[in-house]
Structure formats: structure tokens, C-alpha cells
Design a protein around this ligand. Structure first.
Ligand code: SF4
Length: 501
């Protein structure tokens, strides 16, 4: 009897099928289970549901007769239908819920995780060597570069510095509506996408499943072939211009120089090693500057690896952390991605990007969406759930450290040393949003007061005693004492309630 290996919907590349327990890849049968209960439990962005289902069905088509494709209400039911109690192998899943499910299935053997550069054992050894110090992203990044020989010259970092972030924080070019980068790779749809779209329509009509956002033409790769084409296009045409304006935002150019590869990496269509290798090769061949190559490599083998391991390291309780005691509900206009209800140009523009594509790059996520949630005091668990459901690259392991830790500071400073939020001045410097806005970034009171500026000072004041003992925040808190109109600012923030700004 052929061995059966289960592929979750984010284990879809060849590195998950290159070797198999109990047989050879050629005689293994590959099980994929589509669970409707996953979509019934939470309101995902429809473009995300489309992408995941399309990618799973594309993978089954690639595997041909070796695929066992099961459509079931739950994973447990699908597994019982496909293999009964026969032995099944699987690679370590990417969520605690999936790992708990596997632990309850005695016939399933779990093999080590794939799709990451640093294994669980390697991370545990590295963490033990930190001797109780904070587990810093830059230290794990340096370890990963050294241990995997990435962007190294002899014993040191190529170019002499581990991190070229200071070269990558330029504002957008003034007076230009776009960065001028070549257009990103976009896939074409096929009959599998048509079938997915018909199924989603029917489930919405007949099965009580509902989504947020728009499911326009599919924008992200759903097959290995498409993911490789996207990687090649990015390295060849777009990586060179990525670095310098990595943190900038333009209303008319949401993608700028970004790779758009996060969904492909997180679906397992691409292996991080091949992404990192291609970027390094491009730099060594003189085709891209070091700050672009290093900036991209740090995203993939720095931040992504760090977040993955923090997810497992912190434990299940981490999702319930709420150090700032923020308990306000996420309002309907935000939950429903109702960009048209929002006056603030930055937030309206970014919310529309999420509504229409299920994606916006890391700075709008952090400094527009997350920052507003933090300033308004929304429940961090609900905000995390929103990010998980609404982004094509969002998974539990991605969003827990990124949102609970970095964006909402709900862990009280475990993952980051200071909260990431700002007044309108930062958004004004790093974008062209403010020119088209009815508010003014420098105004704190009156009809044209910028909601981010108002929200920033109110947030600082609300948690003043906490920030006073934080060396990275003491200067900002000192600014509160110089605001003669602070009481009006706080009142204006209070009056805004949960209405769209
Ligand atoms: Fe956003 Fe304020 Fe600028 Fe308007 S003025 S775009 S609300 S930062």
C-alpha cells in the first residue's frame, strides 16, 4: 500500500514533497483536505479564501493521480473519509490549533517543519545562548546569516554592516505619483479559478459562509509555476529599486518596489532559501545595490524567521496579552473595510487597498492601520484576528507576534522596545497622503485637526506613567508638557469615539 502524506494548504511547494516518510516521492499519495468549517468559523477576505483554495486545487492538479483531494466540513472528517485510521505522515503545521488536532490523531506522524531556514532545534539552541536576554530580531538575523552563509564576506557581513536599514528609509520621491518601478508580475486566471469563484458564490448563497473584501482578478500566485515567475520578475526587474523607498507610501502606487512574495512564501509555494539566494546572486552579479538585496533578505531570513519562532516560543497565552488594557471593539466600518466612510485620506486609501486586494505593504499596516487601532484602544486580540482574516499572507503565526507584539504593544514590550505609532508628521514625511486630505498633519485642534496627531498625543497621555520609565519614549512624553492645548486634544479624541476619522 502506498504511504500517504498530508499536505496542509500552506505546504504546497516541492520542498514539502521532495522526500516522504515511508516511501519515495514517486510512490507516495499526497492528501489535501479542504475544510469548509475553517471558512464558516471566521469571515476571511474573499480574495484570500480564493487564493488558498485555488493554490490547493492547482497543487492537486500538478500531483495528478498521486493526489487525494477531499472536500469536507472538517479536517478530522476529511481524514477519516480519505484514509480511515491508516498511518499518515505530515510536516509540522503552522498553527497551534493544527498541531493540537494532529496530536489527537494517533495515526498521524508529524515530521519537522519545512519552509523556514532555522529549525526549531536550532532556534532553541540559539535562544538558550541568549542567557535570558531579550530575543532580538537583529541577533537571530546575524545568527542565520552566519549559520547559512547568507550575504557574507569571509567572517563578516557583505559590505561591512549587518543591517542597511538607514539607507532604506527615504521618503517617496516628491512630486511623483508613482515610484516608477516596472509593474509587478500578476498571474492570469484559469478554469480552476473559475471553479473556485463559483464555489465561493454558492457557499455565500446557500451555506451561510460570508466574506469581507472584494474578490477581483486573482493578483497573487497560486501555483509553483506562477510563484517562480513572480520571484524571477521581482529579482530581474524590481529588486534594484526596492531598498531606498522601502518604508515610503504613495496613494497612487501601493506596491512601489515591494516583492509581493509574502503570500507565495506563506503558502509554501516558494522556499525562503531560493528567494534569499536569488537576491544575493543578483547583488554579487552587480545587478542590484546592496541595500536593496539586504533589505529584501532581511525581510525573508530576518523578520520572517524571527516571527515564526516567536510564535512557538511565546506559547498559547501570548494571544491573550493586553498590557495596555485596551478593550474597545473594532468598529463595523473598519471590520467591513468601509473605506468610503473614512475622511482621513491615509486611512481611507489604505483601507481601500486592503478591501480591493487583501494586501498593503508593511508600513501602511503598521503606521496607518495598526497605529490607528492602537491610538483608539481597540482590543488587540480582535485587531490581530482582523489582520489574520483580511490579508492574503496572514496566518496565525504571522499575525500573533506582528500584531500583538509589534503593532499593538500588547505584550508590554517583549517583542519590541517601544510602541509603533505616530502623529500625522510621520505619515506626511513618508507619503503623499496628506496633500489630498481635508485634515492637516500639524493641527491638533479644530475642524482640520489630524486624527493621527490627536490620537498620538492622547495615546501618550493615556499611558504616560508607563512611557516615563521607557528610555525610548521619554523624549516623546516630555513633549506632552509643552502642549498648551492638551486638554482640548484629549477631549477631541474622546469625542471621536469609534466613528470613522
Ligand atoms: Fe492622514 Fe492626518 Fe495626513 Fe490626513 S493629515 S492623510 S489624516 S496623517
Amino acid at each position: 500500500m502506498s504511504p500517504v502524506h498530508w499536505l496542509f494548504g500552506d505546504q504546497l511547494g516541492p520542498h514539502f514533497t521532495s522526500t516522504a516518510a515511508g516511501g519515495t516521492p514517486e510512490d507516495t499519495r499526497w492528501l489535501l483536505i479542504e475544510s469548509k468549517a475553517v471558512l464558516r468559523r471566521r469571515r476571511f477576505h474573499r480574495a484570500k479564501a480564493h487564493l488558498v483554495l485555488s493554490a490547493m486545487r492547482h497543487r492537486a492538479a500538478e500531483l495528478g493521480d498521486q493526489a487525494i483531494y477531499v472536500r469536507a466540513e472538517t479536517y478530522r472528517e476529511g481524514l477519516a473519509r480519505a484514509t480511515g485510521t491508516d498511518p499518515v505522515s505530515v510536516h509540522h503545521p503552522t498553527s497551534r490549533a493544527a498541531l493540537a488536532l494532529l496530536a489527537s490523531l494517533p495515526q498521524v506522524t508529524v515530521h519537522p517543519a519545512r519552509g523556514f531556514l532555522v529549525g526549531h532545534r536550532e532556534f532553541a539552541d540559539w535562544a538558550a545562548r541568549q542567557s535570558g536576554r531579550r530575543l532580538l530580531q537583529e541577533n537571530l538575523y546575524e545568527h542565520t546569516r552566519r549559520s547559512h552563509g547568507i550575504l557574507m564576506d569571509a567572517d563578516g557581513p557583505a559590505g561591512g554592516r549587518w543591517n542597511l536599514d538607514h539607507d532604506n528609509r527615504e521618503p517617496p520621491p516628491r512630486g511623483r505619483a508613482t515610484l516608477g518601478a516596472p509593474a509587478p508580475y500578476r498571474p492570469g486566471e484559469d478554469e480552476i479559478d473559475e471553479e473556485v469563484r463559483r464555489d465561493l458564490d454558492r457557499w455565500e448563497r446557500e451555506d451561510g459562509i460570508s466574506f469581507v473584501g472584494r474578490d477581483g482578478p486573482r493578483l497573487f500566485p497560486a501555483s509553483r509555476r506562477e510563484a517562480l515567475a513572480a520571484l524571477d520578475h521581482f529579482i530581474t526587474h524590481r529588486l534594484a529599486g526596492f531598498g531606498a523607498h522601502e518604508d515610503a507610501m504613495l496613494a497612487g502606487d501601493p506596491v512601489m518596489g515591494h516583492s509581493l512574495l509574502s503570500s507565495s512564501l506563506n503558502l509554501g509555494l516558494l522556499d525562503p532559501w531560493e528567494c534569499v539566494s536569488r537576491a544575493e546572486e543578483a547583488w554579487r552579479a552587480g545587478h542590484v545595490p546592496l541595500n536593496s538585496a539586504e533589505g529584501f533578505i532581511r525581510q525573508v531570513c530576518g523578520w520572517r524567521e524571527y516571527v515564526w519562532h516567536l510564535y512557538w516560543h511565546f506559547g498559547e497565552d501570548y494571544r491573550h496579552r493586553n498590557a495596555l488594557h485596551h478593550t474597545a471593539s473594532v468598529p463595523d466600518w473598519f471590520a467591513e473595510l468601509d473605506a468610503d466612510a473614512v475622511e482621513a485620506n491615509c486611512l481611507s486609501t489604505v483601507l481601500a487597498q486592503v478591501r480591493d486586494t487583501g494586501w498593503t505593504h508593511h508600513i501602511p499596516r503598521l503606521m496607518v492601520l495598526g497605529s490607528h487601532a492602537l491610538q483608539r484602544g481597540w482590543d488587540p486580540a480582535a485587531v490581530t484576528d482582523w489582520f489574520h482574516r483580511c490579508f492574503v499572507d496572514g496566518y496565525d503565526w504571522v499575525m500573533l507576534p506582528n500584531v500583538v507584539g509589534m503593532s499593538q504593544y500588547a505584550d508590554g514590550g517583549v517583542a519590541t522596545t517601544k510602541p509603533y505609532t505616530s502623529g500625522g508628521a510621520y505619515i506626511h514625511r513618508m507619503s503623499d497622503f496628506c496633500g489630498g486630505c481635508s485634515y492637516r498633519p500639524t493641527e491638533r485642534v479644530g475642524d482640520r485637526a489630524c486624527p493621527y496627531t490627536v490620537g498620538y498625543w492622547s495615546f501618550l497621555d493615556r499611558h504616560r506613567s508607563r512611557w516615563e520609565s521607557n528610555p525610548r519614549m521619554s523624549r516623546a512624553v516630555g513633549g506632552l508638557g509643552r502642549l498648551g492645548d492638551l486638554a482640548q486634544v484629549i477631549q477631541a479624541h474622546h469625542d471621536a469615539g469609534d466613528s470613522p476619522p
